[in-house]
Write a protein that binds this ligand. Structure first.
Ligand SMILES: [Zn+2]
Length: 561
């Protein structure tokens, strides 16, 4: 018997389908045909579309959500963890050094040891020393990015090949950490990392393409159906285009071109040409090969400042010293404000989305000022500019997010009491500013649009621990801890909405983000009923299947099982 014309390809029934639709509807069942949702409602509505070849899954009460969009992530770094020296599992200095030694021994042909993922709280003052690395890798240069990606630990050989000595001046916007006598200790901050990084051989195209594909598989397994890559360089852009060009990009992806590579992209007009080339690939792609149509290069990323823990986050008032007195340091602004505004006007006029990294209250204000300048010069449009991280927002700036229609792109996992916050950040901010951090509840009350991003590989890519922290403001690794600024907690509905509707909005995936008839079938199936009394902590939730455009791209085990 042939499949009836109106039959569904996939029916999920007897579950809790949380649509995240504007009316907040929850239904029992969903049916998909091709790449679209064709029914949403009671079991009998969906089952009426059953044909002989329809895949019918009994959810047995499990929850279905729209696919998650990650509005700020670094998947290429995530994928490269498989080839580089990945350190994010190690919590002591001894374990880190042992892991570097093991990696070096296992990779004798690598001229450089490149790694990432160690935490500043592992070392006194957040600063490790070269001698520890010299003891295990004396002959090859070693460079290890910290988890934030704003500093790197190097060995003596790396300093030597880069020619960094006590006579080397700090570069603009960077700092070489030194002993009192001026000798570099082996820790480079911000732009100083480039003194060594520029000597590291680039990854070949195959490695980068494999990183994209590996990362995509990992993200699909976490229920992520789309993302914004928060910074691509020309090589990474080429890798995404190659993967998309052979139809292997199943996720919906927006790329933020790095403003630091403005020249290599040919300036703002060169960026327009690139964006159009990516879009033209999309139009040329025949139906049924959806890869290229899922890729857009429509955002530009600006690192407005650094991070708080190493005092490179840009503040309106100075950092405090150990005695609570103001220092002379107020962080690093990576752009003169007029340059930031000028570029915002130029790129906004060309239809780009602006994506800002802003940690300190000064950086957030400069980003808002840049967006305001663009609106004043070019008029208000549906621009969807967004400001990521938003660790410290001056209360006077909260209402500007709504007024300027700037999206607050939050990384909720960071809004907890943990050593980096308690030992490194709170003392240098003082009590008043401590209370201005990660003000997600205040932003919503001020009418701001909220989106979520993981900042993977800085943090986990898994949306559920992020959602748990947004709701509880307690670290999931210590659930009996004290909430961090509990007035800023969100409801579960608000948090889920930010991670689905809010982040899909950032990416202009306007037919995804919430479930409705005729909309794209981007769906995740969870291992539990989120509404059940015994559902357990939300952060422990697992995804059992992920669907993008009707295609099952991840399945932990047969759903029918
Ligand atoms: Zn980031």
């Amino acid at each position: 018997m042939p499949q009836p014309a109106h039959a569904a390809d996939l029916i999920l029934h007897r579950g809790r389908v949380m649509t995240m639709a504007p009316d907040g509807a929850e239904v029992q069942a969903i049916a998909v045909a091709g790449d679209r949702i064709v029914a949403l409602g009671e079991d009998r509505d969906a089952l009426a579309l059953r044909g002989p070849r329809t895949r019918v899954v009994d959810l047995r009460g499990r929850t279905v959500l729209p696919g998650f969009t990650d509005a700020h992530t670094h998947p290429v770094s995530g994928g490269l963890r498989h080839v580089e020296c990945s350190l994010d599992r190690f919590a002591t200095a001894e374990d880190l050094v042992r892991a570097v030694a093991a990696y070096a021994a296992a990779n004798p042909d690598r001229a450089w040891i490149v790694g990432e993922g160690w935490s500043m709280e592992t070392f006194p003052g957040g600063i490790p020393r070269r001698e520890a690395l010299d003891a295990v890798v004396p002959d090859r240069p070693v460079i290890l990015w910290n988890r934030d990606g704003h500093g790197a630990w190097v060995n003596s050989r790396a300093l030597e090949v880069a020619g960094i000595t006590d006579a080397t001046a700090d570069p603009p916007l960077g700092r070489i950490e030194r002993d009192p006598d001026g000798t570099p200790v082996g820790m480079l901050q911000e732009a100083a990392v480039e003194l060594v990084m520029r000597l590291v051989p680039p990854h070949d195209p195959e490695t980068l393409e494999r990183a994209v594909v590996d990362a995509q598989a990992e993200l699909h397994s976490l229920g992520i159906t789309g993302w914004q890559d928060a910074h691509v360089d020309p090589d990474q852009l080429a890798a995404y285009r190659a993967v998309a060009g052979r139809g292997a990009l199943t996720a919906r992806v927006v790329l933020a071109l790095g403003s630091g590579e403005l020249d290599s992209y040919g300036g703002p007009d060169g960026m327009v040409a690139l964006r159009e080339a990516v879009a033209a690939d999309a139009r040329a792609e025949p139906a049924g090969s959806p890869g290229v149509r899922r890729l857009a290069a429509s955002a530009v990323k600006f690192f407005v400042d650094g991070v708080m823990e190493n005092c490179t986050g840009a503040l309106l008032e100075p950092y405090l010293d150990a005695g609570g007195r103001p220092t002379s340091e107020a962080g690093i602004l990576n752009f003169p404000p007029d340059r930031l505004r000028h570029l915002a006007v130029e790129l906004d006029a060309r239809g780009f989305q602006l994506h800002y990294h802003a940690i300190g209250d000064r950086a957030v204000r400069e980003a808002l000022d840049a967006i305001e300048a663009a609106r004043r010069a070019n008029g208000a449009r549906d621009a969807r500019h967004h400001i990521a991280h938003i660790q410290l927002i001056h209360p006077a700036d909260l209402a500007r997010f709504r007024a300027l229609d700037a999206i607050a792109n939050a990384q909720p996992l960071w809004a907890v009491h943990e050593p980096q916050m308690d030992d490194l950040t709170i003392p240098i901010l003082g009590p008043e500013r401590t209370a201005w951090q990660y003000p997600f509840g205040s932003l919503l009350r001020a009418g701001a649009r909220l989106a979520f991003g993981s900042d993977w590989t800085v943090s986990t890519a898994d949306p559920f621990p992020q959602i748990e922290v947004a709701v509880r403001r307690v670290w999931p690794g210590r659930r009996d801890g004290v909430p961090f600024l509990p007035d800023e907690r969100l409801t579960l509905g608000e948090a889920l909405r930010a991670a689905t509707v809010g982040s899909a909005f950032v990416n202009r995936h306007d037919e995804a983000g919430w479930l409705g008839p005729g909309r794209l079938a981007d769906i995740v199936v969870l291992d539990r009923d989120l509404g059940a009394a015994d559902a357990g902590p939300i952060g422990d939730t697992r995804v059992v299947a992920t669907v993008v455009g009707g295609e099952v791209v991840f399945e932990a085990a047969a759903l029918e099982g």
